[in-house]
Design a protein around this ligand. Structure first.
Ligand code: ADP
Length: 235
C-alpha cells in the first residue's frame, strides 16, 4: 500500500522545502559579508583608523542577529518534533561539554565560562550531535540573557544512574509562572531584555523535544535577580 499524501501535507512540505532553500540562499552571502567585514575591521585596526571601528562592530552585531534568526527559521523548517530523529551511539559526555565550553568561550570573548567535569569519562548512549545542539542552545541563551554579569558555569555530573548537564548563569532569572511556558513553541517572556535579543522562542522547545526523544528530562531552577540553572539529564 502506498502512503497517500494529502494536498495539505503536500503544501506544508513545499513551504518547508522553500524555507530551507531560502534560508540557505540568504546564509551564503551573509557569511561572505561577515568575512569582508572582519577583513575591514582588521585592516582599520592595523592602519589606526580607530574611529571607524565602532560602526563596523555595530554592523557585525546586526549581522549576528540575522544569522541567529536564520538558524531559528532553519530549525522551524527542518525540525518538526515528529521529524527529530536520534541516532544513538556511545560517547564521553565530559568530552562533549568541554568542547562546547571551548567553542562558546572562543565565540564570546567577554564571558568567563567555568567548566566542572569529573576527571574520568562519563559514557552515555545518546545522539551526540543532538546533545551538542542542546548544550549549545543553553549556552547561547545564557550568553543572550546574562545582562551585565558575564559568568557562566557548565557542569556534567553523574547522579545515580543518570548523567546530568547544567548551564548556570547570573542573569535576571525567570519568574516562577514562566518556568514551564518557556519550553513551549514560540514562547518568549515579554520583557525588554528578551526584546533586544534575537530569537523566535524555539530553542528551548527543540531542546525539550530532543531530551524527550532520549527519555530524559529538562528543566530550570531560577532565583529572580540572581540567575538560572538550566539542566537536563539522560538515562
Ligand atoms: P529565544 O531565545 O529564541 O527567545 P528560547 O526558546 O531559547 O527562545 O527561550 C525562550 C525564552 O526563555 C526566551 O525568550 C527568554 O525570555 C527565556 N530564557 C531562555 N533562557 C534564559 C536564560 N538563561 N535567562 C533568562 N531567560 C531565559
Amino acid at each position: 500500500m502506498t502512503d497517500q499524501v494529502t494536498p495539505e501535507e503536500d503544501k506544508i512540505k513545499r513551504i518547508e522545502n522553500f524555507m530551507c532553500l531560502a534560508v540557505h540562499e540568504i546564509k551564503t552571502p551573509l557569511t561572505v559579508l561577515k568575512a569582508y567585514l572582519q577583513m575591514h575591521l582588521m585592516e582599520i585596526q592595523r592602519t589606526g583608523m580607530e574611529r571607524f571601528v565602532p560602526v563596523l562592530e555595530k554592523m557585525d552585531f546586526q549581522l549576528n542577529k540575522i544569522q541567529t534568526l536564520l538558524c531559528d527559521l532553519q530549525d522551524i523548517a527542518q525540525h518538526r518534533p515528529e521529524d527529530i530523529y536520534c541516532l544513538m551511539n556511545k560517547f564521553d559526555a565530559c568530552e562533549l561539554v568541554s568542547r562546547c565550553a571551548e567553542s562558546s568561550a572562543a565565540a564570546n570573548p567577554g564571558f568567563t565560562i567555568e567548566l566542572e567535569v569529573p576527571d574520568y569519562a562519563l559514557i552515555v548512549r545518546a545522539d551526540q550531535e543532538r546533545i551538542e545542539q542542546v548544550v549549545h542552545n543553553l549556552l547561547n541563551n545564557a550568553v543572550k540573557y546574562s545582562g551585565q554579569n558575564k559568568y557562566i558555569k557548565l557542569s556534567c555530573t553523574k547522579v545515580d544512574d543518570h548523567m546530568r548537564i547544567a548551564v548556570t548563569d547570573k542573569g535576571k532569572g525567570i519568574p516562577p509562572q514562566e518556568r514551564e511556558r518557556i519550553f513551549q513553541q514560540f514562547y518568549r517572556i515579554q520583557c525588554p531584555d528578551t526584546k533586544i535579543q534575537p530569537g523566535l522562542g524555539l530553542g528551548l522547545f527543540i531542546c525539550l523535544e530532543i531530551i524527550n526523544k532520549h527519555k530524559g528530562q529538562i528543566g530550570v531552577n531560577s532565583v529572580e535577580g540572581e540567575g538560572s540553572e538550566f539542566w537536563f539529564w539522560l538515562p
